[in-house]
Design a protein around this ligand. Structure first.
Ligand SMILES: [Zn+2]
Ligand SMILES: [Zn+2]
Length: 877
């Protein structure tokens, strides 16, 4: 029976066919009881609110290519998918929805609000997991997890209690970042610095005993004058000679009248302003630390609502920015405002809602992080976990070595609630099970802490909580430590570092052996994608347009670890064309192959009498297989993709299929063998089209997903067959070039003279000359001692010999001269224009570097053209 696939390649049709079958057959399921080597990846859990963006597409492509190959290699693969409850992000979405109904979460109350979020999750959440299926990700969905699952919540509680028992979790008053809109503490990482046009206000602080504008004073500078209401000292550097003898003096805080001391602290930069700085321990981190060193009072003048507190006297109740204006006006009226300068500085914003963050002193829960960080630092130092590319470990060390205690409480309602209860007697109970009575006084009037844990607390446990920890499950034994983590560099601190710390602490081993850091996807001009620029690409849209396989291949082909990649339509177009080319190769095959044909083994092929080109293609297949293995072992997916592309396109389609048109029946076994192997080699990159075509040719097994990955590393070919075939190909290419250059009619056959005395070439031209006849429209190949150098002939070097194609009678001499001369004149004109541009200093100064580069390239091309045209004209003269 003849095999049939549709005439044209239709990605949508092909891609809708297979995923359901793969999933229902259980191919993606890991087996905890298997004796095979395990290869495990946990998917970075996307937010439950998320939908697939271009970064996910890259991240998933990388993971899927690696996992599919490992699965085909016979590993017991686990790719564990799931989602993060994303505390603040999800709460924000549901609160926004409530606002459209004129409600706030407080109108609903905690319980109803949380129920509402769960309802939202069931209805709208998890869209992203459907999209992840759609792009072919071969996850084990039977093990899908959610950070708020019962099991994972149990793990969170266990970790909290254990760390608390060991004194590594504590409750304390610290200066934290506060978002007055979200009404929640933020970790340092949730504050994004935004470059802003600010003002620097210079203010006079009179010295005690000389109040009034004429007396003695010091000048301080601040961008946040409203915080002066909470100043409790003035600090100078002990080395600063200008302030020798100031210790012991007292300043009088303007507008407030509080007396504040001078202190000396080496943290003060004598070069900033006048060298004297105001100290506000309750509203600035550096000041907070300085205040602790000098036992200064902490006076909170801005509240959680960003309004001035009672401590702010007459300013009480004003919004912080209104208060800023008023404070400045009042200082000015009293003659205490020296000057105002414009200044660009970074202002911290809430990464969720962009509200300016207010540093506040607040009672929060913290993790004492240094004892956790040390083993995690050592694990990367001694290579138990490796970064790809290796230089990304520098970011990790940099952060880990300067780590601060982690504020883990969040004033949210959605997430894991802090398992701490307060008794009226003052006792704080932290417990694995909800306590009924106070352990100290026996009272049952207990109040649970209102706060939730930072989302990253539960995601930090992801590599083992998803496998059943704290129970010692089979999954945990088999799949921990994981083999690989694939993630972006933006969450090395948020996430990778925390998984490392928790993994070392609770599992006694690293959570993964390798951390693969992906780059960022940029547009064709290498610009960052952003909504404001309007250059954001929707991954599902391009999958619809070009086919998922083509998009995956484009990503893999560009995915050098840690390097940003530029995505262009022309690239996507070319990989769609690549898929089409493979499709057409299959259609060509079906002319000769039907499903009763036998798929040979390499041994059978080796034992048979293969043609020269069969031996050649087998050697090339072996080489591609070997290159793919080497590249993939180093996680260089882009190199592997390049090898496969070159093999499929240049060698298999462009040469092999053309050359065997001379003897299709004889080459059929090799053709089948090579195509079937190449599909398996390509499968991890382009899963859909490879399954479709593999199913339509003779094959062994029920799906390419679980077929073995090709391991052929030496073909039935040999060095001699390779170089012989390449010599023939070289001659064909050169003759084709000459025909094209001189516009020889495609129906006209030409004669080729080859100047050689090399017996091997002479023999080869006899046995393999037919390929030249057929593929280059050659009537006769003649071996000569040397090239006569006919005027009307074209020459080239091919296969190490000079070859000549006589052109007399094939071209119209006069017309050809005119044509070449015209072309040369045009190229010369163009060259002059570009040379002028490049010698104009204005152009050089203004134009972007890429433009200049492009011009230089054009110039080099034109010079090359002119040289060739001149040589052609000379030959005709
Ligand atoms: Zn906020
Ligand atoms: Zn009590």
């Amino acid at each position: 029976m003849k095999v049939e696939i549709s005439k044209t390649y239709n990605p949508q049709e092909v891609e809708s066919r297979w995923y359901g079958m793969w999933e229902s057959k259980g191919y993606f399921r890991a087996d905890a009881a298997s004796t095979k080597h395990a290869f495990a990846i946990v998917m970075p859990p996307p937010n439950v609110t998320g939908s697939l963006h271009i970064g996910h597409m890259l991240n998933n492509t990388v993971q899927d290519v690696i996992v599919r190959r490992k699965r085909m290699q016979g590993f017991n693969t686990l790719w564990l998918p799931g989602m993060d409850h994303a505390g603040i992000a999800t709460q924000w979405v549901v609160e926004r929805e409530l606002r459209t109904e004129g409600l706030s979460r407080h109108d609903l109350g905690r319980e109803k609000f949380v129920a509402r979020v769960w309802k939202w999750k069931e209805e709208y959440g998890g869209n992203i997991l459907r999209q992840i299926r759609r792009i072919g990700s071969s996850c084990d969905w039977s093990r899908e997890r959610f950070t708020l699952d019962e099991g994972l919540s149990l793990a969170v509680r266990e970790v909290f209690v254990r760390l608390h028992e060991e004194g590594l979790i504590y409750r304390g008053k610290r200066l934290i970042n506060w978002c007055p809109r979200c009404m929640s503490a933020l970790s340092d990482l949730e504050v994004k610095p935004k470059s802003s046009e600010s003002k620097l206000y210079h203010i006079k602080y009179p010295l005690k005993g000389s109040e009034g504008t004429s007396g003695e004073f010091v000048e301080v500078a601040t961008t946040r004058p409203e915080t002066m209401l909470g100043d409790t000292a003035i600090a100078v550097n002990p080395e600063d000679k200008r302030y020798k003898g100031f210790t012991g003096k007292i300043a009088v805080l303007p507008l407030v009248g509080r007396e504040i001391p001078f202190i000396e602290d080496t943290a003060v930069d004598p070069k900033f302003g006048t060298g004297a700085v105001k100290v506000t321990p309750a509203h600035d981190l550096a000041d907070f630390e300085m205040g602790q060193r000098h036992n200064l009072a902490q006076i909170t003048v801005i509240g959680e609502d960003a309004k001035i507190t009672a401590e702010g006297g007459v300013y009480q109740g004003m919004d912080r920015f209104a208060a800023r204006k008023k404070v400045v006006e009042d200082l000015d009226a009293q003659g205490l405002l020296v000057k105002v300068e414009a200044l660009t500085n970074n202002v911290g914003q809430c990464e969720r809602c962009s509200t300016v963050v207010e540093p506040l002193i607040s009672t929060q829960w913290f993790i004492r992080i240094k004892p956790l960080a040390e083993p995690a630092i050592r694990a990367v130092e001694d290579g138990r976990t490796k970064f790809v590319p290796p230089n990304r470990s520098n970011d990790y060390f940099e952060w880990m070595n300067n780590i601060r205690d982690w504020c883990i409480s969040r004033q949210l309602w959605w997430g894991h609630r802090i398992p701490a209860w307060y008794c009226e007697c003052g006792e704080v109970i932290v417990s694995r099970v909800d306590p009924e009575k106070c352990t100290k006084c026996g009272s049952s009037k207990l109040r649970q802490d209102q706060d939730m844990l930072d989302t990253w607390f539960s995601s930090g446990l992801w590599p083992f909580s998803t496998l059943g920890w704290p129970d010692q499950t089979e999954d945990l034994k088999t799949f921990y430590p994981g083999s690989l983590l694939v993630t972006g560099y933006d969450i090395i601190f948020f996430w990778v570092a925390r998984m490392m710390m928790f993994g070392m602490k609770f599992m006694g081993d690293v959570p993964f052996r390798t951390v693969y850091i992906t780059g960022m996807i940029r547009d064709a001009e290498r610009q960052k994608m952003s909504k404001s620029k309007g250059n954001v690409v929707d991954p599902l849209e391009i999958c619809d347009k070009y086919g998922t396989d083509a998009v995956r291949f484009a990503f893999a082909r560009n995915a050098a670890p840690g390097k940003d990649l530029a995505l262009s339509d022309s690239q996507l177009e070319s990989y769609k064309f690549f898929a089409t080319k493979i499709w057409n190769a299959a259609r060509f095959m079906y002319q000769y192959v039907d499903d009763s044909d036998h798929l040979p083994t390499i041994e059978e092929l080796r034992a048979s009498n293969l043609t020269l080109v069969d031996r050649w293609i087998l050697a090339r297949l072996a080489l591609a297989t070997q290159e793919v293995r080497q590249s993939m072992e180093q996680y260089q997916l882009h190199e592997a993709a390049r090898s496969i592309y070159r093999f499929f396109w240049d060698e298999f389609c462009s040469w092999y299929l053309e050359m065997i048109k001379l003897h299709p029946e004889r080459s059929k076994p090799t053709l089948l063998f090579v195509f079937e192997n190449a599909l398996r080699l390509l499968h991890p990159f382009m899963p859909f089209i490879t399954e479709e075509l593999w199913q339509s040719i003779p094959h062994k097994g029920e799906s390419i997903v679980i077929a073995p990955y090709p391991e052929l590393e030496s073909g039935a070919g040999d060095a001699a067959s390779e170089s012989d075939t390449e010599m023939i190909q070289d001659i064909i290419t050169k003759v084709r070039n000459i025909r094209a250059e001189y516009l020889v009619d495609s129906k006209q056959k030409v004669i080729v003279r080859v100047a050689t005395s090399d017996q091997r070439i002479i023999g080869l031209l006899k046995t393999a000359g037919d390929y030249i006849h057929k593929l280059a429209q050659v009537g006769e190949v003649v071996v000569v001692d040397r090239i006569a150098g006919d005027k009307l002939s074209a020459q080239a070097v091919a296969a190490g010999c000079t070859i000549e194609v006589p052109l007399a009678g094939l071209i119209d001499l006069a017309a050809e001269m005119t044509r070449l001369t015209k072309l040369r004149d045009k190229a010369t004109k163009d060259r002059i224009v570009i040379e002028k541009q490049l010698s104009n200093p204005d152009v050089i100064a203004r134009a972007p570097a890429e433009v200049i580069e492009e011009k230089r390239r054009q110039l080099a091309d034109l010079e090359d053209q002119i040289r060739k045209l001149t040589a052609g004209i000379d030959r005709l003269n």
